[in-house]
Design a protein around this ligand. Structure first.
Ligand code: DON
Length: 572
């Protein structure tokens, strides 16, 4: 009898392990055969680099049908909302940097904003202590979404196809018929099941006991929301049924977004920030992103140095870059916020005398302590990126986000899309770190209808007046440093765009006073030198997922998709 039950147990255990092995084998083989993913590619005419092969394919198809980079970008944004639900979105927001083939430049801010009922202390308890999870999870964490309005604006101004329906239909089909999820997506969805269960009042398309690579993800409700956007444009989301669905979801779960907030949302065309870096022209995003200001500050701080002579990832070069990063993030904590609400001293922060002064206490032989590195005194602040160049030479650089992976985890009932948790990008209390450890103050406090400060840094670079590079990345606070390091890898260390994108990264954001590094990013010998002069290191997971395109000396388009994700580059 005893023997029998022992054998029973043994056979159950062995069945269990066989099942696990079968699942693992299925995952491995599914992932290998699911999609044809290209990390590095050269092409003559056009290029699309996105976080997901299905979105890249949809973008390329639009270009083949005569669409321009703007048309492809709109199609890609909607496609990512379906096939990359952790970051692609219609319930979030983002920024576009644009450069037309004749050199005209522009940016679009389709960032989320605080609901009109938001208050500065909405995430504090009765004695003023922060309740951080409220700005990160669930209904109260969501800002008024901007992505759909952003796409409508891009379409009105830049579309060549002039066929809105054609740009959205592929995503409707994708949501309706479903698509096979990658191993990475299956893993992410499995890890977040508890959050989906906790922050939804109804069953969503993302909930399942066990996701396996190759499973079909069907999103019928999202498909019907996309149909409304296809048929009614802006009103298909910001008015009518979908607006009511959002407002009802908010009422049911204690969120603040109202019908009025949705009606009043507008994206804003803003003058790009531009700056010279050596012989290059940097074209990037102004506030409410901190990314453009910070990127230009970083480049200007290292410009006087010969990085090539210092050698790539040597102690001397890492030290210089980290010290610049420390100072720039200290400035960010105090001076940056939505410039429509707070007088961000943009000109002063980018003033060459100020930048020289800011680096004047840089000691090449000693790390500055962050506690002694205060923000400069000024007298008078799972995302995704895609880069596209079309055959005419128009270039689009878009970073778009729900903030955290799968945003607030809350899916709007019957509408099938995930809401952002962008409210956490505000400073919920002066000095309290947000989910990326960033701190802020008055400049980035919560106010009704204000946009929360971002780090997103979509960027375009010119050389001698010609398009040279399109670049950007997700990564929260590490966005700025990842874009910065990719740029200097190419412009200063003469790396190919692919080498620059795949190279390991490091990151310093002033506080906490540590250099975050990817495994093996810095040679042990160099790391020892850096530790001896006062740097502290902390190894962490991947930093950024850069999607970039570079135009080579021979006029070829060279696309690079980050190996850190399912990212895919295609061109023709
Ligand atoms: O706007 C920002 O700076 C953040 N909401 C970006 C979040 C992000 O990049 C997450 N992705 N990994």
């Amino acid at each position: 009898m005893q023997n029998n039950s022992f054998l029973n147990t043994l056979s159950k255990i062995s069945f269990f392990f066989t099942l696990i092995i079968l699942i693992q084998c299925k995952q491995a083989s599914n992932n290998a055969s699911l999609y044809n993913i290209t990390k590095s590619i050269e092409a003559d005419s056009a290029m699309v680099v996105t976080a997901h092969p299905v979105a890249t394919e949809i973008g390329i198809n639009i270009l083949h049908q005569g669409g321009n980079a703007a048309d492809a970008a709109i199609a890609v944004q909607f496609a990512l909302a379906v096939c990359y639900p952790g970051a692609g979105n219609i319930g979030g927001g983002g920024f576009m940097v644009y450069r037309g083939s004749s050199g005209e430049i522009n940016t679009l801010d389709f960032r989320e904003k605080a609901p009109s009922k938001a208050t500065t202390d909405m995430y504090l308890d009765s004695i003023g202590n922060p309740i951080s999870h409220k700005s990160i999870y669930g209904h109260l964490a969501a800002g008024v979404p901007g992505s759909v309005d952003g796409m409508v604006e891009i379409f009105k101004k830049y579309s060549k196809l002039k066929d809105w329906k054609k740009l959205i239909q592929p995503s409707i089909d994708l949501a309706k018929n479903g698509f096979r999820i990658t191993e990475r997506e299956a893993k992410n969805l499995n890890e977040e099941q508890q959050n989906f269960n906790k922050y939804n009042l109804n069953k969503t398309a993302f909930q399942k006991d066990l996701w396996i690579a190759g499973d079909l993800l069907v999103q019928k409700e999202l498909a019907s929301t996309l149909e409304k956007i296809r048929d009614e444009g802006r009103d298909g989301f910001y008015a009518g049924i979908v607006a009511e669905q959002i407002a009802n979801e908010m009422k049911a779960g204690g969120g603040l977004i109202s019908i009025e907030d949705l009606k009043n949302y507008t994206s804003i065309w803003r003058k790009p920030l531009t700056s010279k870096y050596r012989e290059y022209r940097i074209i990037t995003m102004p506030p409410p992103s901190s990314g453009g200001i910070a990127l230009i500050q970083l480049l200007k701080m290292v410009e006087p140095y010969d990085l090539m002579a210092l050698k790539f990832h040597s102690a001397a070069s890492v030290h210089l870059l980290v010290e610049a990063e420390r100072r720039v993030y200290a400035d960010r904590s105090k001076h940056l916020g939505d410039a429509d609400f707070y007088p961000v001293p943009i000109n002063r922060l980018l003033d060459s005398t100020y930048i020289v002064h800011r680096m004047s206490d840089f000691n090449p032989r000693l790390a500055t302590k962050s506690e002694q590195c205060l923000p400069g005194e000024i007298h008078s602040e799972e995302t995704t990126h895609f880069s596209i160049i079309d055959a005419e030479g128009n270039a689009v650089s878009i970073t778009t986000t729900l903030n955290g992976g799968y945003g607030a985890f809350t899916v709007v009932k019957d509408a099938g899309f995930i809401l952002n948790n962008e409210m956490d990008d505000f400073s919920i209390k002066a000095g309290t770190p947000n989910m990326y450890g960033l701190i802020g103050a008055v400049a980035n406090k919560i106010e009704p209808n204000k946009r929360m400060l971002s780090s997103m840094t979509p960027t375009i670079i010119e050389k001698n007046g010609n398009l040279l590079m399109v670049v950007g990345t997700p990564g929260g606070s590490t966005i700025i440093t990842s874009v910065f390091q990719t740029i200097v890898n190419v412009l200063d260390y003469n790396q190919t765009i692919n080498e620059a994108v795949q190279a390991p990264r490091f990151h310093h954001q002033w506080l906490p006073d540590i250099v975050q590094i990817e495994k093996d990013a810095i040679d042990l010998k160099e790391r020892k030198i850096l530790e001896s002069i006062g740097h502290n290191f902390k190894e962490r997971g991947p930093i950024g997922r850069v999607e970039a395109i570079y135009i080579t000396d021979k006029g070829k388009l060279s696309g690079a998709a980050d190996h850190r994700g399912d990212d895919d580059a295609k061109g023709y």
